[in-house]
Design a protein around this ligand. Sequence first.
Ligand code: HEM
Length: 530
Amino acid sequence: SAIPHPPHSRTGTGGETHQTADDADIPTLTTQQGTPVADDQNTLRQGADGPALMEDFHFREKIFHFDHERIPERVVHARGYGAHGYFELTDSLVDVCHADIFGNVGEKTPAFVRFSTVAGAKGSSDVVRDVRGFAVKLYTKQGNWDIVGNNIPVFFIQDAIKFPDFVHAAKEEPDRAFPQAQTAHDNFWDFVSLSPEATHMVCWAMSDRAIPRSFRFMEGFGVHTFRLIDAQGRSTYVKFHWKPRQGLQSVVWNEALKINGADPDFHRRDLWNAINAGDYPEWDLGVQLFDDEFADRFPFDILDATKLIPEELVPIRRVGRLVLNRVVDNFFAETEQVAFCTQNIVPGIDFTNDPLLQGRNFSYLDTQTKRLGGPNFTHIPINAPKCPFHNFQQDGHMAMHNPKGRANYEPNSWPQPQGGPRENPRTGYSSFPQEQSGAKTRERSAAFGDHYSQARQFYISQTPVEQTHMKDAFVFELSKVETPAIRMRMLTHLRNVDETLARGVADGLGITTLPDAAVGPLPVRTDLPP
Ligand code: HEM
């Protein structure tokens, strides 16, 4: 044969040749228990043509492990791609925040980032029309801080209780199990047309932002309003932004369709190639800072995740840069097993009462405990803090580091070192002592009620070409909706966004008479800056 045999090769019973480890340079294959393996090609049999023997522990271990390779994919954001890097502080935030990561200019904090689509399954395509996840894990000296964001600054819903319905409607329909994120379908448009608060985000999703050219050319947003806490315990509201130094670029729809056909892995390949070529993507971390007095002047509630804070009103202060400079060694160990969570937070950062954020804080830990097989997924290296950590959590599946020695509780009276870690009121995390009052209720403040003003601002801030892309996207997606009433209901919302947009979409769908505009709880404001 023209193909040379590898050195130290042996001929198997099937006539094939393969390399063996009878040379000191080649590690010997072992079982998971460390037993050296003599033959990895043939099962143990009773006679050369006989039945396989149960005694073949190597075969059984190998097949058993293979049978268990799959874990549940993420319930959303199943398809993603990650890379390592660092965050470097360029402007101290000590004036408003006592978090260590914002204290020392020039300090580098290790980071892991996972970009994702939202609706598609793990094996779906990259260049679909969808929101992109932009999840950042910062391994700070005070513990892991995750900014679990998207490439769009607002969200479809205001309250986490609607999330399961939204996701059910957005993912494949339960009877037919299609479509994926690629094409519109009745369930999605039914849900968003019945949820007027989704209108703003739907406009972003129909814009070019939802078909990014690559992960490297996307913005990222923390979406919710968070708090920064200074050394005196004072709170400043903050919105987090990632601004790509590569610029912002999208493809157009026809390109997206062709790219997906030719290379469903286009975005992951792009990131892998760029990093391996030394062309490291970078983002500036920007913050928008404001206080209660400023917040009260907005016509909307800053706790409403369907609203953004206009950059004209609160300019972005750039305080650091994120650099991605290393691909993973192993996709499953790192990108699949990484677990981002909005409740992973460090001293100096705090939550607000945003009802979407509060629900997220519950959801991530819960789903990850299932997805990653129990409560010890923080023992997986990608999820473990890189600062010292000590606690008395113990046992459960896959416990890698149970408390050492006698004490597994506190307070205890054992001397050090047996006594183990203790709480620290000085350096430990303390929540901002926000005053709360009011009756227990499911009612929402009226300031959550304006669903259209910012959608309108977004539409009119687009260039004419971008506006045409949006209109075309609505026409394309709604043309896939089989139920006429759903299309009409969507038009009732678009009339509140912009008459030209609504008219253009109706024309594209062959609808001559526009329905009346939806009546929102609050009137559309036209006096806001675009
Ligand atoms: C996953 C962002 C709202 C539940 C993710 C991921 C991102 C993300 C980026 C992927 C994380 C990764 O790469 O591993 C967002 C944003 C939201 C939002 C920006 C709104 C502002 C919600 C809400 C819920 C939720 C309201 C539930 C109440 C989940 C779950 C996962 C997930 C269960 C899967 C996590 C896992 O299996 O590791 N989200 N999400 N998300 N999100 Fe959200």
